[in-house]
Every structure is written in C-alpha cells, then in structure tokens.
Design a binder for this molecule. Structure first.
Ligand SMILES: Cc1cc2nc3c(=O)[nH]c(=O)nc-3n(C[C@H](O)[C@H](O)[C@H](O)COP(=O)(O)OP(=O)(O)OC[C@H]3O[C@@H](n4cnc5c(N)ncnc54)[C@H](O)[C@@H]3O)c2cc1C
Length: 371
C-alpha cells in the first residue's frame, strides 16, 4: 500500500488547525504541535468572537476573498455538523469623511454588493442605542457577521483528532525548514514530509528572518454586559473617529459585547504579563463613550490582552520556506475570517505544487486569481 504523505504543523490556532483540516482532506497524515492544547487562550485566535465583513477600504483583493472565505466556512460547518457564524450586518461610521469609508463604498458599489448610505439621524432612528453625534458619513452592509472563534477552534481540534490527526503539546525552540522538522524544549525533534509554521505572534523569535516583516502587537479588549435585549440584534460596529476609533462586537449567542481599538500598539511579546492596565481599559472605553450613551452603566465583564502579528501593510505572509516548508504569518488584526479558505489553499498548494505559484500574492491581498 502506498504510504500517506505526512505533515507537521507548528501552531494550533485557526491557521494551523484549518490547514490540518484541509490537509487531512488531501490525504495527508497530520501531526499538530502546540505549546498548549487548543483552544489556547493565549493564542490570537481564542476569544469569544471574530468579525467577518466585506468592508475593506481600498483592499479589493481581501474584499473579494471574503466570498471565498464564506464558501470555505460552509464546507467546514458541513464537516463539523454545526454553523458557528451569526449574521449581524456591518455598520461603519466616520466622523471625518475619511478615505477608508469612501473607498469601501466605491469597492462595494463596483462589485454590485448590497450596501446602504445612512445619515446620522437614520443611524439613531434604526439603532436607538447609538448616538449620531459627530457622524459625517455612515454605511450599512447587510452581509457580515460574527464567527464564534473559541468554539470554532475547539470544534476543529476535536474534529481533526476524530479524523486521525495527532495534536501533541510541546514547545518548539528551533525550526529547520530544509528538513521539515522542529526541535522541542528538551532536545527531541519532530519532522514530516512537509512543515507548516503557523505560530501566530510568537513567530518573530522562532523565524528571525520574518522579524523584519512581522511584529507582535499588544491589544486590549473590554467586555461589557448588554444592558438590553435590543443589543443582541445590533450590527458589528466600525467607528472611525478622528481620535482613533473603535470596533464593537455585538453580544450574539450568549457572548458579551466586546470593544477594541483600531490602532496597533506594536509593543510587547505574547509571553509577557498580559494583565491590562486600568488606563488601557479606560482609553478603550473613552473611544466608545460618545457613540454609546450610558456605556458607563454597562456591567464590566472584564478585559483582556491579545496579540496581533502585524505586517506593516496588513498583507498576509503565506510563503514557502525552501522546498519542504511553508510559513503562515502577518495576519495582523484581520486574519481569522480567512482561516478556513487560507488553510484550504495552502493544503492544495502542498498537495499539488503546480497550484502554488499564485498563493503568496493572493494571500497578500493582490487581485490575482488563485489556482
Ligand atoms: C483582539 C483581536 C481581535 C481580532 N479581531 C479579528 C476580527 O474581528 N476578524 C478577523 O478576521 N481577525 C481578527 N483578529 C485576527 C485573528 O484573530 C488572527 O489573525 C488569527 O487568529 C491568527 O491565527 P494564527 O493561527 O496565525 O495564530 P494563533 O491563534 O496565535 O496560533 C498560533 C499558535 O502557535 C502556538 N505556538 C507559538 N509558538 C509556539 C512554539 N514555539 N511551540 C509550540 N507552539 C507554539 C501558540 O500556542 C498558538 O496556539 C483579531 C485578533 C485579535 C488578537
């Protein structure tokens, strides 16, 4: 009998697990290595929710990739036997008539995608828990929603193990792309026919070559209890205020409201102390105060520090490391929504190398047609 090809995946976040799922479907024997059993709350993927939206400014490659992403999630839901996505629509607000919203509107219009221009008064009328104060431009898109991230990671980990993948807990200290292997703490090694390095914000120390392109970035999020049932129907909110702006994830499927900011700290390392400073929490809440009347009275359910792996132009890095290894990195603050489709495309490139040529440019957001 012909031997199955083998794959070793370093990192059991959304990228590593989706690639494992897709490689199993391509007939590989798969081993996943992570420093903690998934879902690892220290990873970039593990939180109640992540957003999926077509609103992408001028980045039309990523806007279009969202269609592929939805199709890939549907294939994953079919395998998992449950849908872990809640449609909410997207409300984007701008106090400055800035380029991002204008470019988003132009891109949606060019592709004939449903969207609705709104005034500040219309925003207040339809979403009475928001204030229209200062809004100069507003856009609502009916498509888009919330991916239940932690539940997806947990379900994927269970699914791939049930289909023969092995998940081992261990910390890699060195990566050897040329032999498709890694060294573990204590000196043991693990290897396979092909290695995928999907180590999230830890990657710059593991792959020094990438440290010039990808930076870990400490980000604080605040969780609040929704004060009324109306919030459960709220859209995701992208608020582009002059002084920074914030995003809000509505409290779908029993999750809290979550608020974070749009700017990258580009500071810290994921192994550092993660306790949020009260001033960091205050700064996030201050961004939302004007838009959400009464937010001071919402019960605080906690705050958390997460890490992005930031690429300066927020272009994903999915590239070969020689002939037997690939790296997945640079997912900045927007990678989760593409986890399933990126895993599928990388698995295809590994199984059928002739399809690999366009993958790095497509993953980086260029408007190329992938194989
Ligand atoms: C606060 C926040 C909000 C976000 N919001 C969105 C959003 O709304 N929409 C969206 O699309 N994206 C969003 N993102 C981005 C998205 O979540 C990330 O891009 C994505 O989760 C990255 O997945 P990953 O698998 O690359 O990394 P990770 O999930 O971090 O996985 C990497 C794994 O590698 C393991 N690992 C690392 N080093 C080692 C080692 N040496 N040995 C063994 N194991 C190791 C880690 O333990 C970890 O489990 C957000 C991210 C954050 C932090």
């Amino acid at each position: 009998m012909e031997k199955r090809p083998t794959a070793l995946i370093l990192g059991a976040g959304i990228m590593g697990l989706c690639t494992a799922w897709a490689l199993l479907r391509q007939g590989f024997a798969v081993q996943v290595l992570d420093q903690a059993m998934p879902p690892n709350p220290a990873g970039a993927s593990v939180d109640h929710h992540r957003l999926i939206r077509h609103a992408y400014g001028a980045q039309r490659g990523y806007m279009r990739m969202v269609d592929d992403a939805y199709a890939a999630w549907d294939r994953l839901w079919a395998d998992l036997g449950e849908v872990l996505h809640v449609p909410t629509g997207v409300l984007a607000l701008d106090e400055a008539e800035g380029a991002w919203l204008r470019e988003t509107r132009a891109a949606l219009r060019a592709d004939g995608r449903a969207h609705e221009d709104m005034t500040a008064a219309a925003v207040e009328a339809r979403f009475p828990y928001l204030s229209g104060a200062g809004i100069r431009d507003a856009l609502f898109c009916p498509a888009g929603g919330v991916l239940l991230a932690e539940r997806i990671v947990a379900a994927l980990a269970r699914h791939i193990q049930a289909h023969g993948a092995v998940i081992e807990v261990g910390r890699a200290t060195a990566i050897h792309p040329e032999s498709a292997s890694v060294t573990l703490e204590g000196g043991a090694t693990r290897g396979a026919d092909v290695l995928v390095v999907a180590a999230g914000p830890w990657i710059p120390r593991l792959l020094p070559g990438i440290a010039t392109r990808v930076t870990p970035s400490r980000q604080v999020v605040v969780r609040l209890e929704a004060p009324s049932a109306a919030w459960v129907q709220a859209p995701m909110l992208l608020d582009l205020a002059v002084e920074g702006g914030f995003y809000l994830v509505p409290p779908v499927a029993g999750t809290p409201i979550k608020i974070g900011d749009h700017s990258f700290s580009r500071e810290g390392h994921p192994d550092d102390d993660r306790t949020p400073d009260p001033r960091e929490v205050e700064r996030i809440l201050a961004l939302a105060r004007k838009r959400i009347p009464g937010i001071e009275g919402f019960a605080r359910l906690g705050s958390a520090t997460c890490f992005y792996d930031v690429e300066p132009e927020e272009r994903f890095v999915i590239e070969p490391l020689g002939r037997r290894a690939w790296v997945m990195s640079g997912f900045s603050g927007h990678g989760f929504k593409f986890g399933a489709v990126l895993g599928e495309r990388l698995a295809l490139a590994i199984a059928q190398p002739a399809t690999a040529a366009t993958l790095p440019a497509w993953a980086a957001g260029d408007e190329v047609i992938p194989a």
